[in-house]
Write a protein that binds this ligand. Sequence first.
Ligand code: NAD
Length: 427
Amino acid sequence: MSDKDETRLKLLEMIEQKTARIGIIGLGYVGLPLALHFGKKGFHVIGFDLDSRKIDKILHTDAKQFDVTIDFSRLKEADCILICVPTPLSDKMEPDLSYLIETTETIAGNLRTGQLIVLESTTYPGTTEEMLLPRLESHDMKVGEDFFLAFSPEREDPGNKEFTATNIPKVVGGVTTSCLEVATAIYNAITRTVPVSSTQAAELTKLLENTFRSVNIALVNELKILAHKMGIDLFEVINAASTKPFGYTPFYPGPGLGGHCIPIDPFYLAWKAKEYDFSTRFIQLAGEINVSMPYYVIEKTVEALNKNRKSINGSNILILGIAYKKDIDDDRESPGYAIMKILLEKGADLKYNDPWIPKLHTTRKYNFQMDSTPITPDLLEKMDAVIIVTDHSDYDYAEIVKHSNLVIDTRNATKGIKGATEKIVMA
Ligand SMILES: NC(=O)c1ccc[n+]([C@@H]2O[C@H](COP(=O)([O-])OP(=O)(O)OC[C@H]3O[C@@H](n4cnc5c(N)ncnc54)[C@H](O)[C@@H]3O)[C@@H](O)[C@H]2O)c1
């Protein structure tokens, strides 16, 4: 048996016996649950993050379940390193790989024989082999022999209780066949794996999934505007279409796209496509439609206030829900912020309520310093308009409609509430 076989077989045996130590870099929405899942399966997990506040928080809540540190020299202790750092867009809508490059350079500085590195962050096809591999490989550290490198996209759906890391299949692509073998072995310990032929195929799989969502959401958003003009309830139509047992997947319209994935990921692909002189027209069009939706909500609000002889300027408006989707505490890229910004610019007197997000913080794009206002009958009665941006399950929609003067419903949340339809405007 050659040395290279020995390195691979030793790591496979450690994974099999659960003595392999798992290092997870980036303990956010993706990394933290992943750390907990590997911990529950009996692996020793070391979580790494730059954010000491996050580390302190974990030390207070999940400390017994895994080890956390800001000391990256401890990367040497890990046999399998999973990278879950952010991959945002720059102001110019271009991939910002700065977090990833910094992490890769830190790993390179601590790399030792027998380690597996897997990138989980969403990115364009080619990243693993163009950005990570050259930084990790050297003449005495050869990929597939001395260390292993793979890409496996994260499919975590925050707030989804039915599908979690233990029952969502994991797509895996390796730089070499040995890399693929070792990477599938580690993920097989927590869920079912789907091996693909290359890291590029695994990278593109994730972008196909999210582009598919973005395009389909744009389609129903566009149809919603048309259906309003035609006096047809698109939600009723979608429910009817959903009874078709094949060839149709329901998507629902809303106030625009939010979250860290759907508004961002397709642009990673669009950016990379330019290298091939290729224009991804579906991605561009879906982006335009989805970005325009907050303006549509404003248009409907202006019309509805106008019917009440009011203007946005000087009106009291309450935003219900600032999380980008229901029942989660993630407000990244929330269309609610775009709506708030336009309303403030037009002179509205704004309040918001979100049981999941008690305070608004300054972000790269917005600077709202507000606390969530408790919903009371008195507050609702004082509002000229209430805009339902996120349909959290905790809201009592009948009470909200009962006490409000005007409800702009972007989510069909007031469906079935009787006797007050003249107060409700669908947007
Ligand atoms: N949130 C989701 O639902 C979701 C789903 C699928 C894929 N993804 C992808 O997963 C990746 C991570 O997303 P997230 O939502 O968990 O992000 P997040 O912002 O919640 O967490 C990222 C963490 O990484 C830390 N970090 C940043 N730079 C670091 C560095 N150099 N070293 C160590 N830690 C560092 C941050 O402090 C933060 O705690 C992104 O590529 C995202 O596109 C996210």
